[in-house]
Ligand binder design. Structure first.
Ligand code: HEC
Length: 448
């Protein structure tokens, strides 16, 4: 065998192939794409900041990035262009792979970029106003999952525009997720549609949790029913009241430049906190919401709609149960973000627009839904939707024994708040192009 001078080989390969190192090649990727969750006291089980922390995980990191399990991102890349896309590029994956295969060397300390700094407190700095749940909430060891609703006055005596919202769980070990809804004083009926009050005849409350009654009518194909899958006679409000949310892996809501949410004088906020007891210890929680005010009235008021089916029934063992929900927009709107929300049996969800001319378009698709990662997918550019467009939310549930995490494949499953029952919601943030189109084609430059 002839010997090829080493120098020729070197010239033919990318720079890092000669020896990717942690300090020079890998740390910049981890700091940009992983450390946000993988740092002390956040949701990921281990920090990945120093070489000493990352080295034992080298092989697991290679597996996780090659399989695209990490960073978590469920949207099908074919639909939508998202400003908060956290997927790695193929080059970044190749760097991690080559580094692990080369024995995961540390490299020269001088190459190490400065480590990101995480504040245990508010992620956007001190808020202009903080509203807390009214008192410490005790989560008892071994107790059931609880959804707790707590209403607190804002105390605002004038209208306030909010440019960012951050929810801070009091104790991340037991707060599974939290939402904050806004209730305007003049419209007490504009309550959260998923709330028991919206469908009182069909729901009951037990141990702090709302469920649908077992004898409620069954509608799987909401799109074929006049209410679209919603409670009979109810339609989602286009002033949907959600102000902000905390979900594992979700960043604070920082609305794009020029956009804000309105909090009218005299409003109250309602916290919905999902507590999930952990281990053998009891915990006390004091979740709070931080509001960041806009300096001037925004060009665009951000709105939100929740398109839901509440009436589905998933038979025991059914691996592919289809449920739909529909809503027709009565005015021109522009979509800003999409969120798919189901519980543990959720399998996939798709948002399809049927335009007034009959054209069907897939806007968003989550082919492998994962309850642990309910990301909000924020569009890089607002998506214009003409008046008369019907939005179809199409979901499939897997109630078979093969579904990882299925609490009980032998159960009939209907709508309910606990994660062992199900929900089927497509959440959409949108604006009305009332001030002219929102800077057509311009980019929402900042991930939030
Ligand atoms: C949005 C938060 C988040 C981001 C971003 C993130 N991780 Fe994770 N990671 C988690 C959580 C939570 C877990 C534990 C639960 C799980 O395995 O799903 C985890 C688990 C892991 C594991 C263990 C996997 C296993 O199979 O046991 C590895 C390895 C990992 N992450 C590597 C990475 C790398 C590398 C990146 C960046 C390229 C990254 N993660 C980005 C949250 C995150």
């Amino acid at each position: 065998m002839s010997r090829i001078p080493a120098i020729w080989l070197m010239a033919a390969l990318p720079a890092w192939a000669a020896g990717p190192t942690f300090t020079k090649d890998v740390a910049p990727i981890l700091y940009a794409r992983c450390a946000g969750c993988h740092h002390a006291n956040d949701i990921a089980p281990m920090p990945l900041i120093t070489y000493q922390q990352a080295r034992p995980w080298a092989r697991a990191m290679r597996e996780a990035v090659v399989s695209r399990k990490m960073p978590p991102w469920q949207a099908d890349a074919r639909y939508g262009d998202f400003v908060n896309d956290r997927r790695l590029s193929q080059t970044q994956i190749d760097v991690i792979k080559a580094w692990v295969e080369a024995g995961a060397p540390e490299g020269d300390e001088k190459d190490l970029p400065p480590a990101p700094v995480y504040d245990a407190g508010w992620r956007l700095g001190p808020p202009d106003a903080v509203i807390q749940i009214p008192k410490d909430y005790m989560v008892k060891a071994g107790g059931p999952d609880e959804y707790v609703y707590l209403t607190v006055p804002t105390g605002f005596d004038h209208d306030v525009w909010v440019r960012a919202v951050d929810l801070r769980p009091g104790d991340r070990r037991v707060v599974h997720h939290a939402h904050v809804y806004l209730h305007e004083p003049a419209k007490p009926e504009a309550k959260n549609a998923a709330n028991a009050k919206a469908g009182p005849a069909l729901t009951f409350r037990e141990g702090g949790l709302t469920h649908i009654k077992p004898d409620a009518p069954v509608v799987d194909d909401g799109c074929a029913s006049p209410d679209g899958g919603n409670w009979p006679g109810k339609h989602p409000s286009e002033n949907g009241g959600m102000l902000g949310s905390y979900l594992p892996g979700k960043d604070p809501d920082v609305f794009p430049e020029g956009y804000a949410r309105l909090i009218p004088a005299g409003s109250t906020v309602e916290f919905q906190v999902h507590y999930h007891p952990s281990g053998t210890e009891s915990f006390t929680d004091r979740t709070s919401v931080g509001l960041y005010f806009a300096k001037e009235p925004p060009r665009q008021r951000l709105r939100r709609i929740d398109i839901s089916n509440y009436l589905f029934l998933i038979p025991p063992g059914d691996a592919d149960h289809r449920v739909t929900a529909c809503y027709t927009f009565a005015q021109d709107v522009e979509f800003m973000s999409y969120t798919a929300h189901m519980h543990l049996r959720g399998r996939d969800m798709r948002f399809e627009a049927v335009h007034p001319d009959g054209r069907r378009e897939t806007l968003f698709s989550v082919p492998n839904y994962d309850f642990n990662w309910q990301n909000e997918y924020q569009l890089r550019r607002p998506v214009p939707i003409e008046k008369g467009t019907r939005l179809e939310i199409v979901a499939h549930f897997d109630n078979s024994a093969n579904k990882a995490g299925n609490p009980d494949p032998g159960k009939v499953v209907r709508w309910g708040e606990p994660s062992y029952e199900e929900m089927m919601d497509g959440w959409i943030e949108f604006i009305l192009p009332e001030n002219g189109p929102a800077r057509p084609g311009t980019e929402v430059s900042q991930a939030r």
